[in-house]
Design a protein around this ligand. Sequence first.
Ligand code: NDP
Length: 466
Amino acid sequence: MTKKLANLGLYGLGTMGSALALNILDNGFALHVSNRTDSVVADFVTEAGDLAARLTPHNDLDQMALDMPAPRAIILMVPAGAPVDDAIARLIPLLDKGDTIIDAGNADFNDTRRRTGTVEAAGLTFIGMGVSGGEEGARNGPSIMVGGTPQAWGAIRPMIDAIAAKFDGAPCADHLGPDGAGHFVKTVHNGIEYADMQLIAEVYGLMRHGAARAPAEIGQIFEQWDKGALKSYLVEITGIVLQAERDGKPAVDVIQDKAGQKGTGRWTVIEALKMGQSASTIEAAVAARGWSAEKETRGVGEGVLGGHRGAVSLPDGDYEQALLAARIIAYAQGFRILAAASDTYDWNLDFARIAEIWRAGCIIRSALLDDISDAFRGDLPQGQLFLAPTFADTLKAATPALRRVAGAAIAAGHPVPALTGALAFIDTMAQARGTTDLVQAQRDFFGRHGYEDIDGRTGQHGPWWD
Ligand code: NDP
């Protein structure tokens, strides 16, 4: 039976859009669809099979908007940036009061805030919606992070709850705040994803290049780790990927070591820095992807600088513990950025709820998220996740292993920027007095910036001038 709601439309039948459309149809909703290249629409109708009974295809976006009866809710699933602005500009004159435009792609939250203003000035409703889980998630249940007014959320909630991933029967979807809040949380989710992937790759690199172990053997170790404290989607797929073969060779060995990125990791770092935050694990991951793209320079560099990577021999348990400690820091740094944004934009983000809706459907789903939501519902020292008793205990136990892994990697010439970034954060936060006293003195020396002394007196100077 077809379920009733606002008349739903979806524009952009690429990887995510087509999977999300099938999910919506599967859950009993009728759906209008269109795509920039119209031949894709016909292919999609064929792919939909029996579900096509609830499907109304259109040749283009404008025709879809004109043909859909009001009230209309149109989901955009196109690349971030100009394609979203173009679609909005085309839709505004065609839609009526009470209609909603939903950007379900990965948008820069600054754009979402701006677009909310533009769309609402035209008397329409705008929702910025982060969708995580890749193609499989979009098809079978993604984690969904919604930004917009409570009224806008209320109107689409039955559909979103239906298509979202479920954890213990509850939808992994929620309204997180106004305008850009959903896209911001999705961006930071991706930042944590970048960090976790980089940490995993660094540990793999040490086992592979430092100990000359076969990918399949390392894959089996990841498979084991996925049964313990590191249990997570990313560790699980790493185990599968490392054991896969292509043309009789380990699949990873025939893949170019050049990473792509579409912007969410970079946006996380940019927004963090703007708010005076620094997420060392995420920064390291974004930088590592950037450096990886410089394949030719690295080829020349190997000849000029030596390219020697020495042996690293550590027990597997050290790698497991190092990864656990660093992963905790990656999450903690992500939540610190969310906390800063919540203050800056007055969003009142519910961090426990965010951890909960990341427990299924999304790429960073992991066993840690239950403990994270519990920690946020409890008493957090300084509001800091890494100081919550459960994580502080784990960090105290696991940091020595992280130190051994990072130390051995550095000594043998293996780059581990995310592992060392995590360790630097732990070591910084573990010391009440660091070395910025000297930096403050230098600033005062050359720029008369003044400093606060240890008795709390601000605006102090010298004694370095006559
Ligand atoms: P794809 O490249 O698979 O599909 C892109 C879609 O957008 C196609 O329908 C394409 O139409 C359309 N499109 C591209 N350029 C334009 C344009 N200039 N104007 C109008 N339509 C255009 O991308 P994805 O499905 O992977 O990504 C869609 C969105 O979802 C992005 O914002 C992405 O960041 C986000 N996302 C992707 C995830 C993933 O794992 N892939 C996960 C979570 C979010 P055409 O057929 O004509 O080329």
